[in-house]
Ligand binder design. Structure first.
Ligand code: SAH
Length: 348
């Protein structure tokens, strides 16, 4: 092992910063990934100890007006059986989740115009009234700043909006005409301005992505300094234009997770379902490479398989309690422990 590589990792860990060239060097050098993963784990343990935060994911609609080229629930995919959860079904998911120790509920869905701001605000305030000790995270895509304001005032605490790629040309290759990186980034800044804890993030190994693009993703994250970062491998979906592209690699995804921990030591970093889909130990490896959040699925089992963003998604048959128990076992086997508090970000 060359000392040059370990010195570079040490330097990034101490300075929480890196140049584009340094990031590219770490990604392209396969010299000693474990040194990087162990360093990221060390940084995470210094700040968060062995704590792993739980978020209950409620995939409440798979209707979507958009046509992102990678996504299985894109509007033009006629092979999807579409569903929407009612307010009472969503509240039931939260009730089940609350009993299982969840104190954060993540409402995620396609961009579904059926749910007006008023309906969403009504759902959010109903959850908050029933569970005032819980945080609500939204992941509903791009909306107007007025809409974001209303949702925040209704009680939503956090918002996940992956930037998907920080390179504008690459963004155009992943999205249909009419969608732009600028709009996405503007949304992120607005969300932050309104007072949400904000999550950005990207897919690793998405079509046409270069090593430079990955470095740009990390430099953007460093600049934006989000509270949360979601990183998962791209996985093709059979009914999308990207069906014949290769999935992102486990190794590259873990490297990006670890580098994110070194650049943003305080960030909340989930070990994603997509990581668990490409490798049966993927989520455990993610935790050991610096991740500190898991997001078990709370969606009603009968709808699970219809929220297929990519092929072979795991956990589509399990009840909420099974998902929770399975993830707890995985977290413990990786040497960590689940914490059942709101788990707010320590980002300063
Ligand atoms: N409509 C919301 C939620 C999108 S789904 C929004 O626009 O933010 C959440 C994330 O799943 C996306 O941001 C994307 O990064 C990821 N995703 C979608 N399709 C995927 C695929 N084929 N492989 C891996 N991740 C995918």
């Amino acid at each position: 092992m060359s000392t040059k590589y370990t010195e570079l990792i040490d330097k990034i860990a101490i300075e929480n910063n890196a140049t584009k060239d340094e990031i590219i060097e770490v990604i392209t050098s396969h010299e000693n990934d474990n040194y990087l993963f162990d360093k990221a784990n060390e940084v995470r343990q210094r700040i968060y100890g062995k704590d792993v935060y739980l978020r209950g994911l409620i995939e409440f609609t798979n209707h979507c007006k958009n046509n992102c080229l990678y996504c299985g629930i894109r509007g033009e995919n006629r092979n999807v059986e579409r569903y929407r959860l009612t307010k009472s079904e969503i509240l039931e998911c939260c009730e089940t989740g609350y009993k299982l120790g969840f104190r954060t509920f993540v409402l995620q869905g396609g961009e579904d115009l059926f749910y007006t701001d008023d309906m969403l605000c009504d759902i959010i305030s109903a959850i908050k009234t029933k569970h005032p000790d819980c945080a609500i995270t939204l992941s509903l895509g791009e909306r107007s700043s007025d809409s974001y304001k209303m949702l925040h005032e209704a009680g939503a605490d956090r918002y996940l909006l992956r930037h998907e790629t920080a390179n504008p040309e690459h963004y155009l290759k992943l999205h249909p005409e009419g969608m732009s990186l600028k709009t996405r980034i503007d949304c992120l800044w607005e969300l932050r301005e309104i007072g949400f804890q904000v999550g950005a993030g990207f897919m690793v190994g998405s079509p046409y992505q270069t090593v430079e693009n990955l470095a740009e993703d990390l430099l953007f994250l460093k600049e934006f300094n989000p509270h949360m970062v979601g990183i998962g491998p791209f996985i093709p979906h059979k009914d999308t234009p990207f069906k014949d592209f290769e999935q992102g690699s486990l190794r590259d995804t873990l490297v990006m997770v670890a580098l994110t921990r070194l650049l943003l030591p305080y960030v909340l970093l989930p070990s994603t379902t997509a990581l668990g889909t490409i490798n049966h130990q993927g989520r455990e490896l993610g935790l050991k490479a610096g991740a500190n959040v898991v997001m078990p699925n709370l969606s009603p089992t009968r709808y699970r398989k219809h929220y297929a963003l990519y092929d072979n998604k795991i956990c589509t048959g399990d009840e909420a309690a099974e998902c929770r128990a399975c993830l707890e076992r995985r977290v413990v086997s990786a040497g960590f422990e689940i914490i059942t508090t709101r788990g707010d970000s320590k980002v300063q």
